[in-house]
Design a protein around this ligand. Structure first.
Ligand SMILES: [Zn+2]
Length: 312
């Protein structure tokens, strides 16, 4: 399975900053060591162009990000501005676009970053600069590769930026399942929103997901899915407020990926948030999402028995 990584485009953060930037390099190391992707399948994405960004963002915002003149609003994003931050943000969106293109060929592919669902057309917030899902979905549509796309966002924080950017776009269906009592406190309107109460456990989470997923996949009639496999519904997440276990989150991955595969919908998997008390837990949850996709894509790999067709 092809995976795209950008962790070596380092976004410089002051010491003690609470964003767990290290998770990305730890995740790449873990994927590389596991052997689920060959070295030639681990790829560096290109940076998305201005034209690609402008399908999802306002030109004034792109200019302010590129020039570093958004000092006031950077506080909302939560990262200090630097040229490397801009480059990294472009590359992370490129990773989601790369994963979409690879998924259209192979069935599943992944970006070991991305899932920056709080970026709006005219501003960023919550560690999100550019909205990779909106940029990538519109790029594959513009290239004529797909008619319809579904965004399945299971990060614990609502996909408010994605919902706002894609509101009124009938070709891209937005589904967000998230914590009702969590950031962002003002929710935007996705095509389908499922809000869970604080403390929701595996049973509640998975039942709500299964129902929502069925409706989203039915209504969207999508040719491609972008799946945000956020690690933050985890019970020991500092920002999560839900009580999903690691096993429950792996079950979530399997449910999303198998439901799409049954319908012949390719999936680009992206990572989104994860703020567990122990960063190893976050990395472990992200890794299991990649591993689940790779195993479902190629179940015969372990038996060295040739590759069964992905499509039903
Ligand atoms: Zn989140």
């Amino acid at each position: 399975m092809k995976v795209f990584y950008t962790d070596h485009f380092v976004l410089p953060l002051p010491e003690g900053h609470r964003f767990p930037m290290v998770k990305y390099s730890m995740l790449r190391d873990k994927v590389a060591a596991s052997g689920i992707c060959g070295p030639e399948e681990m790829r560096v994405p290109r940076a998305v162009s201005d034209a690609e960004i402008l399908r999802a963002h306002e030109v004034g915002y792109l200019g302010r990000v590129a020039r570093g003149t958004i000092t006031q609003k950077m506080r909302r994003i939560g990262f200090p501005w630097s040229e490397r931050m801009v480059e990294r943000s472009r590359r992370a969106s490129g990773g989601t676009l790369g994963a979409c293109l690879a998924a259209l060929e192979d069935g599943f592919a992944a970006n070991l970053a991305g899932g920056t669902q709080h970026a709006f057309a005219h501003r960023g917030e919550g560690y999100c600069v550019f909205n990779d899902s909106a940029i990538a979905a519109r790029a594959v549509r513009a290239a004529g590769l797909v008619g319809r796309v579904v965004v399945v966002d299971t990060d614990v924080h609502q996909g408010n930026g994605t919902a706002a950017i894609l509101h009124g776009d009938p070709s891209i269906f937005t589904f967000s399942i998230h914590g009702a009592g969590n950031f962002p406190f003002h929710k935007e309107e996705s095509d389908l929103d499922v809000a869970l109460p604080d403390g929701a456990d595996d049973g509640e989470f998975l039942e709500a997901l299964e129902n929502g997923l069925e409706r989203a996949l039915e209504d969207s009639r999508a040719d491609l899915a972008i799946y945000l496999a956020g690690a933050d519904p985890f019970e020991d997440d500092r920002l999560g407020r839900l009580s999903a276990s690691k096993q429950g989150l792996t079950e979530r991955d399997r449910l999303v990926l198998e439901s799409c595969r049954e319908r012949g919908i390719p999936v680009a998997v992206t990572m989104a948030g994860g703020y567990a008390r122990s960063v190893e837990d976050t990395v472990d949850i992200h890794f299991r999402s990649i591993e689940t996709a790779a195993t479902l894509l190629n179940p015969a790999k372990r038996s060295q028995n040739g590759r069964p067709g992905w499509r039903p």
